[in-house]
Design a protein around this ligand. Structure first.
Ligand code: NDP
Length: 387
């Protein structure tokens, strides 16, 4: 079997390094074409050397000379800038792992889709903001989108071989995050360190804060709508603190299928990398006897308003999910920077949605314009809050 040619966008992050781990354990199955990072030039150069990558792209142009120096003596080309990122996404690779965090990943993901590649999609913000345009582009180019997010990957696995008309609903499970049992008063004083300390999963800072507000589940609701073509009413959210069941599908006959596994992102990543085959992973095997019991609770929308706000944005459609995502990215960055408090995050997002009129983006350029304006508005709202 020839090796699968793979590019990893966001190779130095949590999903990116887990992907590299699997690739390096399976050198006969994968060949790295391109790797990208924002600023972590050292990890990028090391990974490019180890995997004999052909192209390494650093987003920060000031770091290009250092990247070139670190890659001296290799055949790997060092590059920077939006065109290089697009080249990494749509160049010579047949499979692209999209693991950049935030809307910054949108253009390269679209380039990979338009070029008809198979895209293993972790970058949920790209789908939340431009889902309709992206799915339409995939239909046109013949690109395949394989979900990497553990919940969507679970649903994808449960759906195998079924007709979508036989699905009555999907059930996204949520761990409830680090503040699942906290009151609003307690949450008001939470620090970035407490918010990123997820009980089950080890992830990047932004998604960890999203899990603490439960905006992550809100984004996943919108992601599920686009990936599986289901309306909001057919996507339920269920809190399951053990993170053993990664999501479920209920069918017309009342059967419910669930996908289970230990909470290790290498399982869904391996599924998307090797699809339709399976590869070994070092993930801990599930020992249900030791776990003993699996519990479930309804989500608490009063303590976690992000779930309500995201569902409203999905139902409103148009620009609302873009504004939701942009304001959330800005607010999470400000919280991590200690400029706003934990509960301010959802307040900023809700206010940004209230202050923006209805728009219907029809292209990526329009999505990017709305995203830019929503970020400016969110920053303005945060300065009003500080005044
Ligand atoms: P990390 O923050 O750990 O990594 C992000 C990666 O993107 C890094 O390689 C980073 O480079 C790069 N990057 C950041 N900003 C930019 C930019 N402006 N331009 C180009 N590259 C950039 O994120 P995660 O790995 O946690 O998450 C990646 C995506 O996957 C997110 O969309 C997240 O929601 C999703 N996801 C993550 C899961 C997880 O377990 N971590 C689970 C499910 C989904 P550098 O290191 O140089 O900053």
């Amino acid at each position: 079997m020839s090796r699968r040619r793979l590019s990893i966008l966001g190779a130095t992050g949590s999903v990116g390094t887990s992907t590299l781990d699997l690739v390096e354990r399976n050198p006969n199955r994968f060949e790295i074409v391109a790797l990208t990072a924002a600023r972590n030039v050292e990890a990028l150069a090391q990974a490019a050397r180890r995997t004999s990558a052909k192209l390494a792209v650093i987003d920060d142009p000031n770091l290009l000379p250092e990247l070139e120096e670190r890659l001296a003596g290799t055949r790997c080309v060092a590059a920077t800038g939006p065109d290089a990122l697009v080249e990494a996404a749509a160049g010579d690779a047949e499979w692209v792992m999209a693991a950049i965090v935030g809307c910054a990943g949108l253009k390269p993901v679209m380039a990979a889709i338009e070029a008809g590649r198979t895209v293993a999609l972790a970058n949920k913000e790209a789908l939340v903001t431009a889902g309709e345009v992206m799915i339409a582009a995939a239909r046109k180019s013949g690109a395949t989108i394989l979900p990497v997010d553990s919940e969507h990957n679970a649903i994808f696995q449960c759906l195998a071989g079924s007709r979508s008309s036989d699905v009555s609903k999907i059930i996204l499970t949520a761990s409830g995050g680090p503040f699942r049992t906290r009151s609003r008063d307690e949450m008001a004083a939470m620090t970035p360190e407490q918010a990123v300390a997820h009980p089950n999963w080890s992830m990047g800072a932004k998604i960890s804060v999203d899990s603490a507000t439960m905006m992550n589940k809100g984004l996943e609701l919108i992601e599920a709508h686009h990936l599986f073509g289901l309306p909001s009413a057919k996507v339920d959210i269920l809190v399951h603190p053990q993170s053993v069941i990664h999501s479920m599908v209920e069918f017309a006959d009342g059967s419910v299928l669930a996908q289970m596994g230990s909470p290790d992102m290498r399982i869904p990543i391996a599924h998307a990398l090797a699809y339709p085959e399976r590869i070994e992973t070092p993930a801990e095997r599930l020992d249900l006897g030791r776990i003993g019991s699996l519990t479930f609770e309804a989500p608490d929308i009063e303590r976690f308003p992000a779930l309500r706000i995201a569902r409203q944005a999905l139902e409103e459609g148009g620009a609302a999910p873009i504004i939701l995502n942009a304001a959330n990215e800005e607010a999470v960055a400000a919280f991590l920077d200690r400029r706003i408090a934990f509960l301010d995050i959802c307040q900023i997002v809700e206010e940004a949605l209230l202050r923006t009129g209805a728009m219907q983006p029809r292209s990526i350029a329009e999505v990017i314009d709305i995203d830019r304006d929503a970020r400016a508005l969110a920053r303005e709202l945060m300065s009003e809050l500080a005044a």
